[in-house]
Write a protein that binds this ligand. Sequence first.
Ligand SMILES: [Zn+2]
Length: 497
Amino acid sequence: MMIALFLWQGLGASVAFAARGSLTTSEERDLGEKFITYVKKRFDLVEDPSIVNYVNGVGQRILDHCASPPFDFQFYVVQEDVYNAFAGPGGHIFIYSGLLVAMESEDELAGILAHEIGHVVGRHISEQIEQSKKIGLATLAGVVAGVFLGGSATATSAITTGSIAAGQSLSLKYSREHEVEADQLGIRYLTDAGYDGEALIKVLEKIRQKQWFGSKEVPSYLSTHPAVEARLMYLDTWIQVHKESTQENAKAGLSEFQKTRTKLIALCVDSPTAHHMFDAVLRKDPNNALGYYGKGLVLYEEGKKDAAMEALKQALALMPLDSDILRSLGEVYFAMGDYTKAINTLKNALAFDFEDVQGRFLLGRAYMETEKLEAARRTLAEVIQDAPDYLQARYHLGETFGRLGDLPEAHYHLGLYYKKKGPRETAVFHLRRAMKLFSENEARQEEIRRLLKGLSDGENKKVQRQLRSISGQGASRRTPVIKNSQSGFPASSPTGS
Ligand SMILES: [Zn+2]
């Protein structure tokens, strides 16, 4: 009963915010965290670290010229062929793969990101989300995601959590004043960062042309950012006045942009269209390495490994020593089962870019396949050190430890893998095994104890969620639900003991 009370209080706390004007910075940050957790579960975000890092790099370069950013910004690519971009709460900024593929330069990307940063710095999102929503932050996060990202599934799940009224009245369409202010802030950051402001006009014109072909269900850029016509006018005026300062950037970063765009096409665009696009590039310039690189990536996606290998070799001949091309070639060799070639190629790739976690992961895998277990362990452990959330690496590191006969470490890493990936029971099983086997290592035992506790706390949260969806707004007379799941771990779980 004590536990039931405690849970109920926890639930009450999440309903307590609001009743005032716009959100405070910390409320918005909190909402942002719930929002991004929600979005990650339900929408396809591009995960390729080289693409994600590139977009974040461009965003950070703009933010370097923003005096006091209110949040730690994060940038994401939504995998969908739509011309859209938006800023969610708490500095989480999204650009759609469709819009990114339609761009021609890094300056265009920077222009769109700078405008979204302007909305965040101007705190427009918190004003839009307005006061008075007497629903929990978690629910609100879902509602906001539904409005921004669309999709009936999202809307439905937000409604079942008891927020029909909120969902209907929440409009995230910026006012004209907000648009002007986002542009005023954005264009200053943009040009201070050395980008060409005219690129923003170019990309807005593309968006304007596309609106006539846009899908009805998916909210596009124009539904959250009205007033594009007016923006085109005053941005043009501003740029004419500030011409000298805005065009010194020339072509900086162009090739990095083009490479990222090439990867994105291979990843997000259907393969016949992608082939068309790269064929067109090669017709125009038969020596375009990125054209072959793109073909290679698409062919590999299609499972045509031999053809992919040939295309990548052509790309490499034109752009020797390029670490991305080398890594992709290494990946193709790996997929073909030619592990020795994979190891050599990947080592070459890493000689130029040792930070590349994907390349190191593949190298570790190739070592495993060739029974070089000690090298595999070292390589994968380094990947995990630099990227603790790289789950596949975590899994194979656990497996490598197992094959090396180091069972405590094997269970420990598999426990961490299943903790993130689920099922929870499997995580508990491995962590308990590790706990037993690390009998002489108190530090490790202490850490595992914390992890196990985290797993049972997470279970409590799940109960809260269930409770909320069962009881609508959260009025709760359902103590039995709480009591049952407090009875410990399910009897059927493989806990061993
Ligand atoms: Zn806007």
